[in-house]
Design a protein around this ligand. Structure first.
Ligand SMILES: [Zn+2]
Length: 306
């Protein structure tokens, strides 16, 4: 089932700054990235499984030589971005939003139950040990990297890493490139706010959480998708249509070309929560919503390629 997955690719997106791309960005295939400083490496995110994270570590070593990874940033708590944290050793400072730490601890390796066929390896749950609420600047060598809280959007605890000197953004999963945006663990309305925030930065290069490197043009499609979700949800909510039935009756139009389109069901559940007036990012019952995604998929589990 994995024969259509290319090997991970390294792309130098700016001098000394690399995107580690696991294309095409479907479930479990996230991007990471790293900055090679004079004497150390700053890493953005890890991978879903131990072996994928070890491959990332090998790519860092191939590129940066003996320079150790001293700082690791988690863009949000999901396992495809954090499960490999421990692979980089006990001496690494792991930076994340304060809610990211809480969620990494609370969710642990719960994702393993959803995709039991994945070869996870021995994941040691390792949360961020430096946390912040709104903004934190870190330095990769001399280069300033601004970590900005951007949630609730994809999750409650998204942060983006902005490098003003290079007009470069590591967007985490606030930006999907080529895949269906996903707000089940965050907020549809909040995602639209975050897109506006990202747009205002004026990035020339965006490393998304999943999919190929892109630029700000990708934001138009994400915004249009979430507005489509809101409009669809509004009509269904007023007609008392369950999200699964609504999703089945919805023509995705141009969004059908995005991979993992079953996320529509989950996004509609989140939009309904917001139409009920619930707080953005409030916890929803995940398992019944996951079951709806499977039903929408004709009984097939969303396909994880990790
Ligand atoms: Zn995620």
């Amino acid at each position: 089932m994995s024969n259509d997955i290319p090997a991970p690719q390294l792309q130098e997106v700016s001098d000394g700054i690399f995107a580690y791309l696991q294309l095409h960005g479907q479930w479990g295939l996230n991007n990471a990235g790293f900055f090679v400083g004079a004497d150390s490496v700053t890493l953005i995110d890890t991978c879903f499984t131990v072996s994928r994270s070890q491959a990332l570590a090998a790519a860092v070593r191939d590129t940066a030589g003996d320079r150790p990874v001293r700082t690791l940033v988690n863009t949000h708590h999901h396992g495809d971005h954090t499960h490999g944290n421990s692979v980089f050793g006990p001496g690494v400072t792991i930076v994340g939003h304060e809610l990211c730490r809480e969620e990494v601890i609370a969710t642990g390796v719960g994702t393993k139950a959803i995709w039991p066929y994945v070869d996870w390896g021995d994941i040691v749950v390792t949360p961020p040990n430096v946390t912040f609420a709104d903004r934190l600047a870190i330095y990769a060598g001399d280069l300033r990297v601004e970590l900005i809280f951007a949630g609730p959007a994809h999750t409650t605890n998204d942060i983006i890493a902005w490098v003003p000197e290079r007009r470069l953004l590591f967007a985490g999963d606030t930006v999907f490139s080529g895949g269906t945006p996903f707000a089940l663990f965050g907020s549809v309305a909040g995602s639209l706010d975050t897109i506006a925030t990202v747009r205002a930065l004026g990035a020339e290069t965006i490393v998304p959480g999943h999919g190929p490197v892109c630029d700000s043009a990708v934001l138009d499609g994400i915004e249009a998708y979430f507005r489509f979700v809101q409009d669809t949800a509004r009509a269904g909510f007023e007609a008392n249509t369950p999200p699964l039935d609504l999703a089945r009756a919805t023509d995705l139009g141009r969004f059908a070309a995005l991979h993992d389109s079953e996320r529509l069901v989950a996004n509609l559940h989140r939009a309904y929560s917001e139409l009920r007036g619930e707080a953005k990012g409030i916890a929803l019952p995940i398992m019944p919503i996951w079951a709806d995604m499977i039903a929408f998929n004709g009984g097939e589990m969303p396909r994880c390629l990790a």
